[in-house]
Structures are given as structure tokens and as C-alpha cells.
Design a protein around this ligand. Structure first.
Ligand SMILES: Cc1cc2nc3c(=O)[nH]c(=O)nc-3n(C[C@H](O)[C@H](O)[C@H](O)COP(=O)(O)O)c2cc1C
Length: 382
């Protein structure tokens, strides 16, 4: 069986049967209303991509203080639930395989000019970069160290957000413990300087991610919950330290819970931590490959290495961003659209969002554009 045949074959995931093994990775696109409510344009965008095996919808914030950037989505009010309901209805009407919603708290990746609130973080260590706000780029502020009460409230907010996601028609949620956001800030040594039970030792540093995941699983059922991690990723000023101990310990703590999946960002099958995670994780492993080029053969090659190394499902971000009919194009061996304009990834309306053509729309002469692949350097606004 070729790798592409495997990728295009159905698979089961928790209570779901996926039509194929190609998952749409979460992609923040900053097209929500100012309060975080999804728009009709977002429903159109996701419905265009309904042929993904599973859509993991972009980061949604579980409470007001967790907001990272302007116009990102949220899932903590009745209005948010209604807005997302329109999105999940549209994807279902388009015959979609299913949708999970990513739950993301930004922690120190946030700004009072955006949320109206001082960001919360494990320790008062600011982001060493400017941050995009409605007033343009501003220096990051020193976040307030979370108290024990803040920790309890935040865990409860994640659980409530997961319930809201189910009410909005999502099949499940993905807990975001990657890419330098709040949960990753607890895992990393440079951002977690706590001396209580949520810092210091490896067991302390993984505790917050574990408790959030456990609370979300208790709320909606573990088989409807995924967890995203990015071992070694330095985006958003993260220096983990002990990468090869933290993640195996996390996998060990959560392995018995029966989660739907563990999702690895920029998964490198040759890295020692990949092998340790695969060996320790008893469930489904979703791998988001490092793509050097956006083409069918490059996707097939990267996926082959990951499947050989024990990954079960493959998540792709930019290929789905630029190709609403990615699955069809891969099935036919057709050329892929490239990402056209990096700026439009994180800002704007329909341009660079819902106007990427399908093969049929592009016509029989579709050719790959000459643009080279756009380097990913973290969800931010240029
Ligand atoms: C525009 C854009 C937005 C992103 N937003 C998120 C996000 O909301 N949550 C997340 O975990 N990762 C996010 N990422 C990372 C992607 O999920 C993915 O890991 C990354 O793009 C690498 O995969 P790819 O080479 O298939 O694009 C984003 C990436 C891009 C390009």
C-alpha cells in the first residue's frame, strides 16, 4: 500500500470514523468579530475545507484574559457558542468528517490593549518581543503571576469552554499546550519560576497541563479530547530545558486517561524525544510534519517517515490553508496552491482566506505558483 493510499483510508478516532487520515491543523486567522464570535465568512472557509479527515479549528480562548491577539476566536459566552454553531452546521452540511476546537489560553502572550486585562502567567516573566494589539505593535507587559485561586479558575474555565464547544456542535476539543502559550509556559523552565507545586521539578511543571487536560476530559469524556504539544519549540520566547524529560513525564501521567489523541507540532521522527513519546503514548499519535516544500510528493514523503516511525494521523496547516480541496488534489496528484500573502494569514476578510481556488475553479491548467513556501514563525501578525 502506498503512503498516499494509507493517508486516504478511513481511520477511527475516539468515537469518530474519519474519512481519511489528513487532519487540518489549527490555524489562527484573526477573522472573528472583536468579541471573538465567529463570522459567516468563517463558516464558509471551514465548509470549503470539509473534506479534511478532521478539522481542528483554530485556537479559541476559554476566558477573557486568555486572549492573545485582536479578532481571534473565543468560546466563553453564549454568543460565541451561537457563532461556532453556524460554523459546525456549515461543515456538517458540506459532508465534513468532524470538527474539534482548539482551546488556547495565551498566558503572557496577551496585552491589556487587546483584552483590557493584565495577562496571567506562571511567573512575572514578560514576552521578550513586541506584541500585536489593536493599536499596532506594543512592548509586552509583565504578566501577573497566577495565584492558586487563578489556577483553579483557569482549569474550570477550560472545562466550561470544552462543554461550550460540545454545545456548539464540535465533536471534541484540543487542549493547546504548545507554541509558547499558557500551558507551554508552565512546562518551560524560563517562564515557570514557581516554587509551589506547579513549578520546580518536572512533576511540578507538567502539573498544570495535566490538570487542565484531566478537567476537560472529565467534563466531555477523554475520548473527545486531544492534547497538542511542541517539544523543543522556541516560539514566543520559550526555552524549555529538559525537553527529553518533560514530555515523556507528561505522556506517562496522561497515558492512562484514554484521550482521543496526542498531537505533535513539527514532528521529527529522528529526534530522540519523538521515539520516547511514541514508546510511552498508548493512544493515537497525530504528527504535524516539518514541510520543506508544499507539494504532494513532499507531503507524501514527510508522512511516510512519520507513519513508519509510528504516527497514526497526519495534520497539515498551510497546505489546507491554501487548498480548500487538498484531499482531492493529493488523491489526483494535482499541483497545490501555495500560500499567496503572508500578511493575509493573520488579518483581513475574504482575500487570502476564502478565495483560494479549488482545482475545478482554477481550471484544467492549474499550475503551482512560483511563490516559495512561507516560513512559519508562530501565530502572530506581521
Ligand atoms: C496562519 C497560521 C496560524 C496558526 N495558528 C495556530 C493555532 O491557532 N494553534 C496552533 O496550535 N498552531 C497554529 N499554527 C501552527 C500550525 O498548526 C502548524 O503547526 C504549522 O503551520 C506547521 O504546519 P504546516 O507546515 O503544515 O503549515 C498556525 C500556523 C499558521 C501558518
Amino acid at each position: 500500500m502506498t503512503t498516499m493510499t494509507k493517508l486516504l483510508a478511513p481511520a477511527s478516532l475516539g468515537p469518530l470514523t474519519l474519512p481519511n487520515r489528513l487532519l487540518m491543523a489549527p490555524l489562527t486567522r484573526n477573522r472573528a468579530e472583536a468579541d471573538g464570535t465567529p463570522t459567516p465568512l468563517m463558516a464558509e472557509y471551514y465548509a470549503q475545507r470539509a473534506s479534511a479527515g478532521l478539522i481542528i479549528a483554530e485556537a479559541a480562548t476559554p476566558n477573557a484574559v486568555g486572549q492573545t491577539y485582536p479578532n481571534i476566536t473565543a468560546i466563553h459566552t453564549a454568543r460565541h457558542v451561537e457563532g461556532w454553531r453556524r460554523v459546525t452546521d456549515a461543515v456538517r452540511a458540506a459532508g465534513g468528517g468532524g470538527m474539534f476546537l482548539q482551546l488556547q489560553h495565551g498566558g503572557r502572550v496577551g496585552h491589556p490593549a487587546t483584552s483590557g486585562l493584565t495577562p496571567l502567567a506562571p511567573s512575572p516573566v514578560p514576552l521578550p518581543e513586541t506584541i500585536f494589539t489593536p493599536d499596532g505593535h506594543r512592548p509586552a507587559v509583565v504578566p501577573r503571576e497566577m495565584t492558586a485561586a487563578d489556577i483553579r479558575t483557569t482549569v474550570a474555565d477550560f472545562a466550561r469552554a470544552a462543554r461550550n464547544a460540545r454545545d456548539a456542535g464540535f465533536e471534541g476539543v484540543e487542549v493547546h499546550s504548545a507554541n509558547g502559550h499558557l500551558l507551554h509556559q508552565f512546562l518551560a523552565r524560563n517562564t515557570n519560576r514557581r516554587t509551589d507545586g506547579y513549578g520546580g521539578s518536572i512533576a511540578g511543571r507538567i502539573r498544570f497541563t495535566a490538570e487542565v487536560t484531566e478537567a476537560v476530559a472529565a467534563e466531555i469524556g477523554a475520548d473527545r479530547v486531544g492534547l497538542r504539544i511542541s517539544p523543543g519549540n522556541t516560539v514566543n520566547g520559550i526555552a524549555e530545558g529538559e525537553t527529553e524529560e518533560i514530555y515523556p513525564a507528561l505522556v506517562d501521567r496522561l497515558g492512562g486517561l484514554g484521550l482521543a489523541y496526542l498531537h505533535l507540532v513539527f514532528a521529527d521522527p529522528d529526534s530522540p524525544v519523538f521515539g520516547k513519546i511514541r514508546a510511552g503514548w498508548p493512544g493515537t499519535l497525530v504528527a504535524n510534519p516539518v514541510l520543506r516544500e508544499m507539494s504532494g510528493p513532499a507531503i507524501e514523503q514527510a508522512s511516510a517517515r512519520l507513519l513508519d516511525a509510528g504516527a497514526d494521523l497526519i495534520a497539515l496547516g498551510r497546505p489546507f490553508l491554501a487548498n480548500p480541496d487538498l484531499v482531492t488534489r493529493l488523491r489526483l496528484g494535482a499541483p497545490l496552491n501555495q500560500v499567496r500573502d503572508r500578511y493575509l494569514m493573520y488579518v483581513g476578510g475574504a482575500a487570502g482566506y476564502t478565495d483560494y481556488p479549488t482545482l475545478a475553479e482554477a481550471g484544467a491548467n492549474a499550475q503551482p505558483s512560483s511563490d516559495s513556501i512561507v516560513a512559519f514563525d508562530g501565530p502572530r501578525v506581521a
